[in-house]
Design a protein around this ligand. Sequence first.
Ligand code: ARG
Length: 607
Amino acid sequence: MKPVIDILEEKICAAMAADTGRQDCAAIVRPATDAKFGDYQANGVMALAKQLKTNPRKLAEQVVGKLDISDICEPPEIAGPGFINLRLKPEFLAERLLEVNKDSAGLGMEKTSKPKNIVVDFSSPNIAKQMHVGHLRSTIIGDCICRILEFLGHNVIRQNHIGDWGLQFGMLCALYEKKTEEETKKEKGAVDYKVLADFEEFYREAQELSNKDEKFKERSRKAVVGLHRGDEMWRAYWEIIVRNSKRHYEIIYAQLSVTLHDDDIRGESFYQDKLPGVVGELKKKNLAIESDGAVCVFPEGFNNKEGKPLPFIIQKSDGAYLYATTDLAAIRYRVNELKADAIIYVTDSRQKLHFEMLFAVARMAKWDKRQNTEYRIQETGEKPQKVEFVHVMFGSVLGDDGQPLKTRSGENVKLKDLLDEAVERAKKVVEQKNPELSPDKKEQIAKAVGIGAVKYADFSNNRTSDYVFSFDKMLAMDGNTAPYMQYAYARIKSIERKAQSKDVDIETELAGVTELNLAEPAELDLAKYLIRYGEAIQAAAGDYRPNYLTAYLYELAQKFSVFYTNCPVLKAAPGQRPTRLLLCDLTARTIRHGLSELLGIEVVEQM
Ligand code: ARG
């Protein structure tokens, strides 16, 4: 089903067009800010009246005269200079809710009529190192975007653009070689995989050797050259290191219920053989020039503080390629091979300039158009479809001191430690709330609450702002937190359990509902909010902002609370009970869907 707001928008637009003969009308329907004014408000008439140099109130009256929405709304009211206020009819609401109720998996949500191939580049840790808290945001925000787009019917192609190439792999391979030699001297054995289990330690050792041992440094350089040349031995060491490093973050992905798998990995190494071609083509197109020995593109509109054009460097004077070159190769691959209609990059905002310049250069080279469709287009005369590039950026996670989150000793906080601590702390919350539960249950709930709290806190903040990481805040039982939402869900489930003990057969009662009786203000308020779930999802998808979804869920839980306080459910009169049971059930299903399907946060039946 189309969201109500979209239906109203269309109908009012059509009435505006019918009245004025103009095709470019926008009704600008918004949810009303105050229930006094109804449920929705159309604001578009004023702008149209200005264009037509006519009286806005009069125009509003004419538009309303041409508008037939009597199946959806009470007669529209005109307010102020020409606002059109709309109030939904209880019959319409009831019908909608019954529709939503029937669709158990999709909750009545409409799929897109134009499914796109959307590449989402997210998580993308640099694998020689442990994932740190900065990667948390990319991983979970990216995952949430994928889930939402997929739910709306798009074909999502996940790409984990891991940093698996670069100079540091020289020293890591050199250290692996050293350890292999030591082992071989001792006995015939190979290096124990445990050597790589503590990757931080391995990295530190390699760095230390690099700093003090000239011979080792030389060997590292050899390793880099060997890797580039594709020497079998270096390549083999590199593969062992990469494979082992992947294991570390696979554990984290599983812990976070993130939908990223081995076959979504296409790291920087994948593009290495394509880099000379990228530079070659940009030179051929006269877009890349040599500047101070390096090969650069100067996209228009990018200047440094002195007003000088800013270079996008694609090859250094020593011939080495850069992060930027790899990203250009990745765009070509994604557009031509993965057939992307849109590419979304989820990284922190410090990479803003990089992506702005990357997109500008790709457009200069016309790499935002698929090559093979260009061919078809020459024959058919169609306009080539441009690929959309989006940088979904986010701010930093801060500590209490307002500085980027660090451990007490000043190191980056490891994601794994952070998640483990969240679960530990959640255990205490569960212990307080429900000491009678079995240890297994407590463990399971603590995991859901602890991990959920970390994720939810991140989602519920506006992604472009920094936020202060606080276990106390995110684990609080009140406020816009995961435990609050999980508790709201569990509470509805407890109504169901209570019903069972009172011999109320909810399933049968719900199965027989063909009519709803929405009368109490709190019932109407909850019902109107329930049918706005689709709006929230579309808003979140449109702006790639999970906080629109968390805000919706939080308000839904609050409205449910008001309803539950004012309207007895199990003790309701026979004419009212099915409606109220259905409101409970739909609220629970909406919360569960939002949390577990779209945000990847587990719900629990009991808390
Ligand atoms: N590995 C990079 C980092 O940790 C993020 C990569 C983002 N994706 C991309 N295509 N550049 O900063």
